[in-house]
Design a protein around this ligand. Structure first.
Ligand SMILES: Nc1nc2c(c(=O)[nH]1)N[C@H]1C(S)=C(S)[C@@H](COP(=O)(O)O)O[C@H]1N2
Ligand SMILES: [Mo]
Length: 536
């Protein structure tokens, strides 16, 4: 076995186990690693606990802020900005973590050379420092900070003791003993494993707390008054009592969600902006505040997914509020040659549609609110596009970060190269909501009801056919506008036996939806929705 400097302790004593030494040690590397890992576990635990408890502040952030507030502040901040650009918050967090880990390494050595109790107390002091730092920011709860502090210190102390015990076992064994090599490898394995776990739980805790912060910011938004759409026609009470029929407005928590995001992007409105650029006279950058301060309009629009199967539920109606897309485009001055408008999200998803659509009078919005509340995070907070008449995949960019004016040929949105049509107008369609498929029913009067949509054209007529019989006209709820679906109902005198109900819609251009089944790709399903029911 070749001797390395690790085999000799700093006092120059050979650690061959034969020389009596008050502190047998083959170096301070492992104790330092033990302390560093213990500090990482302590920090990871505090961040996890702070993330899980909405009222518990992050001790790392609190210490970072505390350092800035206390005297040396401006200088620290200057250095941080010089080193990390304007993102001094991140710099403070990184700085605090690095210092804490270094302090942990020192404590590891202290624990090895002097006493574990002293080192444990050191970890405790660091926890107290974190608690003390929360008093600097009036928004941090010092009482709640005790929970992550106590649990973090406990986890750190346990880790330190465990790793130092392992180290003592290794150095206690005779050098050159085959068990020593194995012990060293095991120590490293455990130390690296624990550090990795600490990193993962810490990062997870940070994600959880940023989620809480962004939810809080969203809840604090005060929506400005919007120009009301004409008072909605009395949406026929005769449709309200139909059990199982889709309500005219889809509640936000029941609204379908489709996107490529694994978890919805968490956008911090304090730093978020949307940039209107490309083929424009001047680039325009708008903050969330700017958008809230622009004239607000409301529009009731049914949006649908191109992937909605016949009879599917990837469709919903909401009252959207926001800024007219044409208003923000006019601020930038669109080059007449820019015949494609591309929306890009904070996570890089894109959707493009003809620029003309934004100016043809339909209610295209940079939407900020959905059914009277700021956009839910899953539906695009802080802002998304809403374009009546187009499927979402070519238009409805959520978590909007850019509006780029370009040409039709210069760019294809996210789904286009993946086999979906470049243009995505919504097809005229209808769905049966009640009775449910296979529902056991009594013979006698039954209500058949559902929804039909033909955004931009309007629904003219909905018909049902029972058991391949003649098409019979249904009763339609009043039309709110051409961009929202219409509920329909049909009173049926049901006789016993098996029955098949079919539905079809005709739009105001006179086009009746096609009977031929086509799949959702490349531009939306076609075919009649049918329901099989059994009447007792
Ligand atoms: N950023 C982003 N926006 C997106 C998508 C996406 O994947 N990412 N999907 C689109 C699709 S395919 C549809 S159908 C609608 C769905 O909007 P919703 O989830 O609010 O119902 O969002 C659109 N906007
Ligand atoms: Mo979609």
């Amino acid at each position: 076995m070749t001797a390395t400097h690790h085999d000799v302790d700093p006092a120059g004593m050979p650690a061959d186990g034969t020389t009596p030494s008050p502190i047998p040690s083959d170096g301070l590397g492992r104790p330092a690693v033990a302390g560093l890992v213990a500090a990482a576990v302590a920090l990871g635990t505090t961040e996890l606990v702070a993330g899980l408890l909405p009222s518990a502040p992050s001790l790392v952030v609190a210490i970072g802020n505390g350092v800035v507030e206390l005297g040396a502040g401006s200088r620290v901040k200057e250095i941080a900005i010089a080193l990390f650009g304007t993102n001094e918050k991140t710099a403070l967090v990184i700085g605090t973590v690095v210092l804490a880990l270094a302090f942990g390494a020192v404590l590891g050595v202290v624990g090895r050379r002097r006493s574990v109790a002293v080192a444990s107390a050191g970890i405790g002091v660091f926890g107290l420092l974190g608690v003390a730092a929360t008093t600097v920011n009036p928004l941090d709860s010092t009482a709640w900070s005790l929970v992550p502090a106590v649990l973090g210190v406990a986890a750190g102390v346990l880790t330190l003791r465990m790793l130092l015990r392992l180290d003592r076992g290794i150095t206690g064994a005779a050098a050159g003993h085959p068990g020593v090599g194995r012990g060293r490898r095991e120590f490293l394995r455990i130390a690296i494993g624990m550090a990795a776990v600490a990193g993962v739980i810490g990062a997870f805790g940070r994600t959880l707390s940023s989620r809480t912060r962004i939810n809080d910011a969203r809840e604090e938004v005060v929506l400005p008054e919007a120009v009301r759409t004409p008072a909605p026609v009395d949406l026929a009470t005769e449709f309200e009592g139909i059990d199982g029929l889709s309500p005219f407005f889809t509640p936000n928590d029941a609204f379908y969600r489709i996107d490529t995001a694994l978890t919805p992007p968490m956008v911090d409105v304090a730093s978020w902006e949307v940039r209107i650029h490309g083929m424009v006279e001047q680039e325009v950058v708008l903050t969330y505040r700017d958008l809230l301060d622009l004239p607000q309009v409301e529009a009731d629009v049914t949006i649908a997914c191109v992937s909605n199967e016949v009879g599917g539920d990837l469709i919903g109606t909401a009252r959207w509020q926001g800024v007219r897309l044409s208003d923000v485009l006019d601020m930038a001055g669109v080059d007449p040659a820019a015949d494609q408008l591309v929306g890009r999200s904070v996570d890089g998803w894109t959707a493009g549609f003809p620029t003309d659509i934004a100016f043809d009078g339909r209610d295209c919005l940079v939407a900020l609110a959905m059914n009277g509340e700021p956009l839910p995070i899953a539906h695009g907070f802080p802002a998304r596009l809403i374009v009546p008449g187009l499927y979402g995949y070519v238009s409805a960019t959520k978590w909007l970060s850019e509006i780029e004016l370009t040409t039709w040929d210069a760019f294809d949105g996210y789904w286009v190269p993946r086999g979906w049509s470049k243009e995505g107008p919504v097809k005229t369609h209808s769905r049966i909501d009640v009775p449910k498929q296979g529902a056991p029913l009594e013979s006698g009067p039954q209500v058949i009801a559902g929804v039909a949509w033909a955004q931009q054209r309007g629904v003219e007529r909905v018909e049902v056919s029972i058991d391949d019989g003649p098409w019979q006209e249904t009763v339609l709820a009043d039309e709110l506008n051409v961009d929202t679906w219409r509920q329909w109902r049909f009173d049926w005198d049901a006789g016993p036996g098996q029955h098949v109900i079919r539905v079809r819609a005709t739009d105001r251009t006179g086009v009746t939806q096609s009977a031929d089944r086509v799949p959702v790709a490349p531009n939306g399903a076609e075919g009649y929705h049918t329901r099989a029911v059994t009447i007792a």
